[in-house]
Design a protein around this ligand. Structure first.
Ligand SMILES: C[S@@+](CC[C@H](N)C(=O)[O-])C[C@H]1O[C@@H](n2cnc3c(N)ncnc32)[C@H](O)[C@@H]1O
Length: 213
């Protein structure tokens, strides 16, 4: 069974599309997508020998040859022409940025990105490239993770508040998003108390405004 984080990503994949999973590691997501008939074919991309070997082993063990296709590639450098949707998950912002910088984003229908850190920097990057944030979800899986669906469709730059908290999340106010904000607020209050500083006072006020207005 997939972790809640990978399951949420799988739920954001449109049916009958061809996916390229960048940095697939164990190929858990590609196998789930084809085994559950969500996708007819998924490419499992890897840059490292170890995980690439694991991908090939998993595909052979599960007899998914031709359905999950291992690709030894830095990001999307070796992506085939038929890819519709790209997933880049479980990596830091700088790796994701490197992968996005190297590819032609407009070639794909949309991307699902989940950065393990610096989500605000990732949204700023998307905003500066005039990309459209089409959907966002927060999922709790030991930590709160944010998953962003974006496309190369043109969009005006997002506001500072949207970049910080997410334009779709702010609008939808899902329960998990509000729980994440409450958790963040508590953490910032603790940091302020421990450091005897008021560094995060403005952010705490901003979060309270989102939560209670
Ligand atoms: C922590 S794992 C994440 C696995 C899976 N995507 C997930 O979300 O659970 C990150 C994987 O990305 C791979 N990776 C890092 N940079 C990459 C790149 N530029 N191109 C392809 N794979 C990359 C690493 O080798 C590693 O297997």
């Amino acid at each position: 069974m997939l972790s809640p984080r990978l399951l949420q990503i799988a739920m954001m994949v449109e049916r009958n599309k061809i996916v390229f999973d960048v940095g697939s590691d164990h190929a858990l997501l590609p196998c789930f997508l084809v085994e559950n008939r969500i996708c007819p074919k998924v490419y499992a991309g890897e840059i490292a020998e170890g995980p690439y070997g694991k991908v090939k082993e998993t595909v052979a063990k599960k007899q998914l040859e031709g359905l999950v296709v291992p690709v030894f590639s830095d990001g999307l450098a070796k992506a085939a022409e038929d890819v519709d949707i790209v997933v880049i998950a479980g990596m830091g912002y700088h790796t994701i940025r490197h992968i996005l910088d190297q590819c032609d984003v407009s070639r794909y229908q949309y991307f699902l990105v989940q950065a393990n850190n610096n989500v605000e920097l990732l949204r700023r990057y998307l905003s500066e490239h005039f990309y459209t944030i089409e959907d966002e979800k927060v999922v709790y899986d030991g930590f709160y993770y944010q998953i962003i669906r974006f496309s190369a469709d043109l969009h005006d730059p997002y506001t500072e508040k949207e970049i910080k908290y997410g334009p779709v999340l702010l609008q939808r106010r899902d329960e998990v998003f509000l729980a994440y904000l409450k958790d963040l607020k508590e953490k910032l209050i603790r940091i302020n108390q421990e450091a005897h500083k008021e560094d995060y006072a403005l952010t705490i006020k901003e979060i309270e405004e989102i939560l209670y207005n």
